[in-house]
Design a protein around this ligand. Structure first.
Ligand SMILES: Nc1ncnc2c1ncn2[C@@H]1O[C@H](COP(=O)(O)OP(=O)(O)OP(=O)(O)O)[C@@H](O)[C@H]1O
Ligand SMILES: [Mg+2]
Length: 429
């Protein structure tokens, strides 16, 4: 029997690698849609798993759609997937074009443009922060006086990711600089450079994300994840842990908002990652939704803590087959993101955890000699590692102990030597 081919939009990164390996292991021919430059960076293992690839220009989505549809038709593609935030809208359009399971292309922009998201959430009755789109300093000043905003407030780019350019503004005098930072954010494939930025009411409380897989419009929530985030003006994720068990009434309220957000974003067949804040009063505010699996190794956490083969499940959903989503384990997993204490040149990095019992994943992408930054966005991570086990408190304790063993030497303020990129990653089977 010839199995349907699988087309993965952008196969770079650990999540895409695991998805490719799962689909290839099932006997599917896996193809990557990529760019010539990105394909050069694919490692030999990934290239060996791919049955083919097509280079396209993702900055021109209409043309990319035609090229990818033609390529997919010739190769019997029956599933289109992406774990790349910037390609979820194109994926929805391609699924429609090829008549394979996917999300509503008309609403796919909701998960990509936070101004569109704010409008869609309001229309759908999703509890979300009051949001104003401002195009210049005059509009910014008016927004800061809007009683719906108040202080602190949040200034963020329209279509950013990885917390880049997001600032919690506590004093009006800092707002203009924060807007400049948000405007300067450049995403992948020509995203960014928009004069518009968002000013948002600040939602106080504890941050979680909800990882869901939706099949024929019916979502299954795999886990609630506790997000660890820095305080201060730049909110950067320092780790994630799951599964979190919220009190039933709060969990029900969170799921109600998340399901409304999933519908508002037109997520019909596929993964979603919904970020929420639960206030002291137990009320849930949706910060944003991504029409994709969570990044930051949350898929690895799900796999090890819950025993759900998330990569095969994603494939099944994309093929329109019922996915096996019931947990087969009752464990716990956490990921720690390692960042530099200060900006400068990385002079040494030692004591790094390696893959072994209870540490299924470790990845280091910073090389000695390279320029490092104070944590201001997820892209500033030096690496990450995952710890898993049966007991939540023990897992957290071990992760903290492993983190304390890491020694990071940074020469502050010196001119960076030639920057070398390095990425070593290892994942236990
Ligand atoms: N309205 C808000 N109220 C309170 N905190 C917020 C708000 N908006 C953003 N934040 C904080 O800033 C962080 C990053 O914001 P947001 O999720 O909108 O940006 P992002 O670039 O999409 O991030 P990522 O891709 O890392 O999820 C959030 O995780 C949260 O800690
Ligand atoms: Mg976010």
């Amino acid at each position: 029997m010839i199995l349907p081919g699988v087309l993965l939009l952008d196969a770079a990164g650990p999540e895409a690698g695991l998805l490719t390996a799962a689909a290839a292991a099932r006997g599917h021919q896996v193809h990557a849609a990529t760019t010539a430059a990105a394909y050069k960076g694919y490692g030999p293992e990934l290239k060996g798993l791919l049955a083919g690839h097509i280079n396209t220009d993702f900055t021109r989505p209409d043309r990319a759609l035609d090229e990818l549809a033609a390529y997919a038709r010739c190769r019997g593609v029956g599933a289109v997937l992406t774990v790349n935030e910037y390609l979820t809208e194109l994926a929805a359009h391609l699924c429609t074009e090829l008549q394979v399971p996917g999300n509503d292309p008309v609403r796919a922009g909701v998960a990509r443009d936070k101004a569109v998201m704010a409008g869609a959430f309001t229309a759908a009755g999703v509890r979300a922060p009051y949001t104003v789109l401002v195009r210049d300093d005059l509009e910014l000043r008016a927004a800061l006086k809007d009683p719906g905003i108040g202080f602190p407030c949040v200034v963020k780019p329209l279509a950013g990711a990885g917390s880049a350019g997001v600032t919690v503004v506590s004093d009006p005098v800092d707002a203009s600089a924060a807007a400049d930072v948000a405007r300067a954010v450049v995403g992948m494939y020509g995203s960014g450079g928009d004069p518009g930025v968002l000013v948002q009411a600040y939602a106080a409380g504890t941050e979680y994300s909800v990882e869901s897989l939706t099949q024929v419009g019916a979502p299954t929530h795999l886990a609630v994840t506790r997000k660890q985030v820095t305080g201060g003006a730049s909110r950067v994720e320092t780790g994630h842990s799951l599964p979190l068990h919220l009190p039933p009434a709060i969990e029900a309220a969170v799921y109600r908002e998340v399901e409304a957000a999933i519908r508002a974003a037109g997520i019909w067949h596929g993964a979603s990652h919904t970020e929420v804040i639960v206030g002291a009063d137990g009320r849930c505010t949706v910060i944003e939704i991504g029409a994709r699996l969570a990044a930051g190794q949350i898929g690895v956490l799900i796999q090890h803590a819950l025993g759900v083969d998330i990569w095969t499940a994603l494939l099944d959903v994309a093929l329109g087959r019922p996915a096996a989503l019931a947990p087969t384990a009752r464990g716990y997993a956490t990921v720690r993101f390692v960042t530099s204490p200060r900006a400068g040149r990385l002079t040494s990095l030692s004591g790094l955890p390696t893959v072994g019992p209870g540490v299924p994943f470790a990845r280091w992408r910073a090389a000695v000699g390279s320029t490092v930054h104070e944590p201001g966005a997820n892209g500033h991570r030096l690496g990450s590692f995952v710890v898993t086990g049966p007991d939540a408190a023990e897992v957290e304790k071990r992760a903290d102990a492993l983190r304390r063993q890491i020694r990071i030497g940074v020469e502050p303020g010196s001119r960076p030597a030639q920057v070398r990129s390095a990425s070593t990653s290892a994942i236990a089977p």
